[in-house]
Design a protein around this ligand. Structure first.
Ligand code: SAH
Ligand code: F3S
Length: 477
């Protein structure tokens, strides 16, 4: 099969790079919801199916196979997917040969029930079973519904070279771990994505090599908890009896992996997500400080500023330990940007505990934030053992309060760049104006500036003249 790569699709005026394999005749339409890991998984699925004769399409009406990669993190995410299935139902009326598959966390959570609840669905495939897609599609061809939701202790898809979907050709995701062992009481992820597994460094470096050869300029290393990355030959951590046994092996930690990637690819910008305060250590921060090409930005979810709430959430650190970590980051990398995930209205959250979240926000002054009202997820420890007792109106009021504080801090941080020159990696045209470029600086702040003779993927120095609440505005110097 020849592997010709062409830029084919046009989407909202932007050229999208997708791999169209010559000789492939079937069409796959794939849609992703939820986290970056899901996006990257869809790229892995597209690669597995390209071997089965599928090219991707952006036109659902012409698809032979429609896959939706789903998210279960909050109830609303699941409702969004259900609505999409209604849309697929309408399309099926004009394209009756089209088959529909559900991938990802909802597939894992609902399993066979999906087939009963949503008649349009032909196959249900969990996050560790994508290699089984060719067999499952064979079953579907013979008129049967197909389900594989087995979770694996080994699967990392390390040898699959993802087909970059909707890519700007500049930034790409590279998965380094799968699953999560943490069991935060509110979280469905350990149930839908299984046990934590780290991917072999060699296969990570090989993937980045390919990206670098294809002229990608920025990669984001992905995992539910990148700081707990540990390579010691594969399998689960618990299979190693004790820490000294791990130390005696040539185990590779996240800080070491980061260092290897930064040294091997000095021209590539490196980001990573997500960090977990309980596992992030000073080695990671020193490694960031050592390398110019590791971006000065850490997404460090905390969920609450109250030690008692953190305890109920089974987060393995206190408010003070978190503050100590933040203070260390600021000491070692003074211009490091920080962002948070916060949740309001978790079981039993009192007004005082909420005030502690507000005061943590004031202490840290995050650059960005992702904030949510607690949404009970069936089957989680919180759903089983605690009462979801905070009324929605109070959850929403508290959420609105933390959003106001965060917006104030985000604006404050952007204002600090005004009058300064920052290095921007150009990612594409500004959404609002084709005459402007859009890109981000090391701290992940978005900047927009008038186009000159630069091109997508260039690093340029931009003098920041002013800012809006979310964007830096400037000119190239
Ligand atoms: N380890 C991942 C967590 C993924 S979930 C990471 O750190 O990115 C992303 C965020 O969704 C969490 O940090 C949390 O703030 C939010 N979240 C998770 N479960 C939730 C729930 N049941 N209700 C509301 N928000 C939730
Ligand atoms: Fe969820 Fe906590 Fe893991 S938020 S993904 S159980 S670190």
């Amino acid at each position: 099969m020849s592997q010709d790569k062409v830029i084919v699709e046009k989407n909202q005026g932007q050229a999208l790079l997708t791999e169209q394999i010559k000789g492939n005749s079937k069409k796959l339409y794939i849609e992703s919801y939820g986290c970056a890991m899901n996006l990257n998984d869809s790229e892995i699925v597209a690669a597995i199916l390209s071997e089965q004769g599928y090219n991707t399409t952006h036109l659902i009406e012409e698809a032979d196979l429609v896959l939706v990669n789903t998210c279960s993190i909050r109830e609303k995410a699941e409702q969004t997917v259900r609505k999409r299935l209604e849309k697929y139902n309408a399309v099926k009326k004009i394209n009756p040969r089209m088959k529909v598959g559900v991938l990802g966390c909802m597939a894992e959570r609902l399993k066979e029930k999906f087939l009963e609840e949503e008649k349009i669905v032909d196959l249900v495939v969990g996050p560790d079973a994508y290699r089984d897609l060719p067999n499952l599609l064979e079953e579907v061809k013979t008129g049967r519904d197909a389900v594989n939701v087995l979770l694996s202790k080994e699967e990392t898809y390390g040898d699959v070279s993802p087909i970059r979907l909707n890519s700007n050709g500049v930034s790409a995701f590279v998965s380094i771990t799968r699953g999560c062992d943490n069991m935060c009481t509110f979280c469905v992820v350990p149930f839908t994505r299984g046990r934590e597994r780290s991917r072999e460094p060699k296969s990570i470096l090989e993937e980045i090599k390919k990206l670098s050869e294809q002229n990608y300029k920025e990669i984001t290393l992905l995992g539910q908890n990148v700081d707990s990355y540990l390579w010691y030959g594969g399998g689960l951590k618990k299979d190693f009896k004790n820490a000294s046994e791990i130390a005696q092996t040539t185990a590779i930690s996240f800080a070491e992996l980061l260092d290897m990637v930064a040294v091997t690819y000095p021209k590539i910008r490196i980001r990573f997500s997500t960090s977990n305060p309980q596992d992030m250590n000073l080695d990671v921060i020193y490694t960031m400080a050592k390398h110019e090409n590791i971006c000065n930005y850490i997404h460090l979810p905390v969920q609450s500023g109250s030690t008692s709430v953190l305890k109920r959430m089974n987060r393995q650190h206190t408010r003070d330990e978190y503050i100590e970590l933040i203070d260390n980051i600021k000491k070692i990398i003074p211009d490091c940007a920080l962002s948070q995930d916060m949740m309001t209205g978790f079981c039993g959250e009192t007004e005082e505990e909420h005030q502690e979240t507000l005061s943590l926000l004031e202490h840290v002054k995050y650059d960005f934030g992702f904030m949510f009202a607690y949404s009970e997820r069936p089957g989680t420890p919180a759903a089983k053992k605690m009462e979801d007792d905070i009324p929605l109106a109070i959850k929403k009021r508290r959420l609105a309060e933390i959003i106001v504080v965060q917006q104030k801090h985000s604006l404050y941080h952007l204002e600090q760049f005004v009058g300064k020159t920052v290095e921007i990696l150009i990612e594409g045209s500004s959404k609002k104006s084709d005459a402007h470029w859009k890109g981000r600086n090391s701290q992940n702040a978005v900047a927009v500036f008038p186009k000159g003779d630069e091109k997508i993927g260039d690093f340029v120095n931009v003098y920041i003249e002013e800012c809006t609440s979310a964007t830096l505005l400037g000119k190239r110097i």
